[in-house]
Design a protein around this ligand. Structure first.
Ligand SMILES: [Zn+2]
Length: 173
């Protein structure tokens, strides 16, 4: 009898824990989306985008075509991706990666910088995402030089032919 009672309750607990984690992530997505909306001056009440949590190796294969240090990405038409090593609940730094990608989602949704050239659009969207990420981190006394780091990039969009129609992928290291 004891065993019969223990087994289902253990299963129940596992299911409950898993549900709680999914709920926590969804809650963070909504909260961080609201924060990004306010910080960036975007129209309120955007629906939250689909967020896929995947292994780092999988995400780097997808956005870099090989190994790279990517931690999050927004791919227009596919949604947002974050690596499963991010500690969204525990780490403001890790949460800021999600915030950064949510800024790219809002940019795409609202067409911010949409009529710039591909190269300028890429740069301006990155600069804004890093600026808002820094603003978020500064709430925790963690403002770092993300923006400067992004300026040192040689965005692939600037090397491509203008108007190639290629979908730009925005990613956070
Ligand atoms: Zn970015």
């Amino acid at each position: 009898m004891m065993l019969a009672l223990l087994v289902p309750s253990r299963h129940q607990k596992g299911g409950h824990e898993a549900r709680k984690q999914v709920m926590a992530l969804q809650e963070w997505i909504e909260r961080l989306l609201a924060t990004a909306t306010v910080l960036g001056g975007y129209p309120p009440a955007a629906p939250s985008p689909p967020v896929t949590v995947i292994a780092q190796s999988e995400l780097s294969a997808r956005v870099c075509g090989g190994a790279c240090a990517v931690r999050g990405a927004f791919i227009p038409g596919q949604g947002l991706f974050i690596i499963n090593a991010l500690e969204i609940e525990a780490s403001p730094q890790d949460r800021s990666v999600l915030l950064h990608e949510l800024v790219h989602y809002l940019q795409e949704l609202n067409g911010r910088y949409a009529n710039e050239s591909a190269c300028d659009r890429f740069r301006d969207r990155e600069l804004e995402a890093y600026r808002l990420q820094d603003e978020y981190l500064s709430r925790y006394g963690l403002g770092v030089s993300n923006q400067t780091a992004s300026l040192e990039w040689q965005p692939s969009a600037c090397l491509d032919d203008e108007g190639s129609g290629a979908v730009q992928t925005f990613r956070t290291r």
